[in-house]
Design a protein around this ligand. Structure first.
Ligand code: GSH
Length: 200
């Protein structure tokens, strides 16, 4: 398998944490690829030109990050990151959607900051910030409902909080989020998190 990714992409980090948690990192050739600078090969496989994109040995192409992680989870029985039972799967997938939504809003803010100042929309930035703040409040209320075992819920949440630290530290997301912060402090010690930390 070949994974197109960057070290700074939060969606790619989620996939890379998943690979490490499943013990599958040795099965994947890594292809560092900045989609904004060298997308030519990537676009052969993914017309959206987005990372992460996973190319399987039989030529099939898998994206986006939730689909890749669900696929990786089927490859062995080292933990069940996407539960097979309906209720548990619904819970985990909804956690993943919430965490990915925080990443989406954060990524939009980062990209907006890279536009020419005259093209930026402060209104959109405020709306994305509002989504992040409200989502964090909900997570703080619901943190005790995370599954006991490690799943895509925790992996997605950790990738999202890690991205806030990496790109939007000025939001100081830990303020008022003591339970989430305590949970993250522990989860961030896992080797899969340490190994995939974005460059400083
Ligand atoms: N929903 C997608 C989002 C992927 C995504 O937007 N990746 C960014 C990098 S962090 C990208 O490739 N951007 C290139 C572009 O927007 O053209 C996923 O979960 O994989």
């Amino acid at each position: 398998m070949k994974l197109f990714y960057t070290n700074t992409s939060p969606y790619s980090r989620k996939v890379r944490i998943t690979l490490l948690e499943k013990g599958l990192e040795g099965n994947v050739d890594s292809a560092l690829c900045n989609p904004f600078e060298d997308a030519a090969e990537l676009k052969i496989f993914n017309p959206l030109g987005k990372i992460p994109t996973l190319v399987l040995d039989d030529g099939r192409v898998v994206y986006d990050s939730p689909v890749i992680c669900e696929y990786l989870d089927t490859l062995n029985t080292n933990g069940e990151l996407v539960p097979s039972s309906n209720d548990a799967r619904l819970l985990v997938n909804t956690w993943q959607a919430l965490a990915d939504g925080i990443v989406d809003a954060s990524y939009h803010i980062v990209m907006e900051g890279r536009r020419d100042e005259s093209e930026r929309s402060q209104g959109s930035v405020e709306r994305w910030k509002g989504s992040i703040v409200d989502s964090l409040k909900q997570i703080e209320r619901q943190i005790a409902t995370l599954p006991a075992e490690t799943t895509m819920a925790q992996i997605s949440l950790a990738a999202a909080l890690g991205y806030l630290d990496f790109r939007l530290s000025y939001l100081e997301w830990r303020n008022g989020q003591a339970n989430t912060a305590a949970w993250y402090e522990e989860f961030a010690k896992r080797p899969s998190m340490v190994e995939t930390q974005p460059p400083t």
